[in-house]
Design a protein around this ligand. Structure first.
Ligand code: ZN
Length: 307
């Protein structure tokens, strides 16, 4: 699943390529997009802004028209020089926006809708996002506020589930969820009500630092691709880049204990943690026994980071 920062990169790359430019051609392979495009017309509008909100990508056109896309598991936006060969087949294209020299092409996006500012406001999913970690409004205080509110309203939420919840903090994905909990020394299966203010502060702070560090990877002037490496350990070696994610059965980089993995939450997402650096703290009425996970390294092909 694309992480929030992946979509942020895609949005930024698109902003650089087509932001401020006039649409010279628009194609859509989805009936709903095509009919709105025919009615309202996309060609000759200006791309005013490309924005990432959590896992949603919003392309604002002049004249109150917004293209909203969500990547879910399989979708992606690509940037091409106009005329360049696409990396994916035309049959997977859902829409293509051409602005002179550059094209932004969406492949396999399962959700793509046109909105006006007003209909977007009414959309039940997009406005409910929590404070976006990569937005200017984000600060450690704002992050702590969001975590505290969640702990107050949903005290029994497990920490990593709350970190992944885009309505609490928008932007963290499955990889960073584990990395952020590790950085704060917080066992990801603890309940929100057991968190101290200090732990929330560290999580709110490192969430932003990790996400920003990854964006800076592609901060040059050129058009960037967004399959970039995620980095949290400050190492430049790609395999050394993450503290715990994807490392079950291997030694913790900090203490040498064996990193564990366990599926967590309703979405059954993989969570990685070090049982020694992230000790278990039971909530009142909870068993004092620490959760255990799989320690043995999985056989078979190495899983792609970010899955
Ligand atoms: Zn450790």
């Amino acid at each position: 699943m694309p992480e929030g920062d992946t979509i942020y990169r895609a949005a930024r790359a698109m902003q650089k390529a087509v932001g401020g430019k006039v649409v010279t051609a628009f194609e859509a392979n989805l009936a709903t997009l095509a009919s709105v495009a025919d009615d309202k017309g996309v060609v000759a509008r200006t791309v005013e802004k490309v924005e990432a909100r959590g896992k949603w990508c919003l392309i604002h056109f002049s004249g109150d028209l917004i293209l909203l896309t969500h990547m879910l598991m399989s979708g992606s936006w690509h940037i091409y020089k106009t005329g360049e060969k696409w990396w994916m087949g035309r049959n997977r294209m859902r829409c293509a926006i051409t602005c002179g020299d550059y094209q932004a092409v969406a492949f396999n996006v399962p959700v793509a809708e046109f909105h006006t500012a007003r209909s977007l406001e009414r959309n039940s999913q997009v406005p409910k996002l929590g404070v976006d970690i990569l937005s200017d409004e984000y600060s450690t205080e704002a992050g702590v506020r969001a975590l505290k509110e969640r702990a107050a309203t949903h005290p029994g939420d497990e920490v990593a589930v709350a970190l992944l919840n885009q309505r609490v903090l928008a932007g963290l994905g499955n990889v960073y969820k584990s990395e952020v909990a590790f950085a704060a020394g917080v066992n990801p299966f603890r309940q929100m009500r057991t968190l101290t203010e200090r732990e929330m502060e560290v999580m709110a702070d490192v969430s932003q630092r990790y996400m920003k560090a990854n964006i800076l990877d592609g901060s040059g002037d050129g058009i960037v691709t967004y399959s970039g490496n995620r980095r949290t350990t400050h190492s430049m070696d790609r395999s050394d880049r993450l503290w715990v994610y994807g490392r079950q059965g291997q030694e913790c980089r900090r203490c040498g204990a064996i990193v564990m993995m366990r599926k967590q939450g309703e979405q059954v997402r993989s969570t990685y943690w070090c049982p020694s650096c992230q000790p278990w703290i039971a909530a009142e009425g909870q068993t004092a026994e620490a959760p255990v996970g799989r320690q043995v390294k999985l056989l078979g092909p190495r899983r792609k980071v970010g899955c």
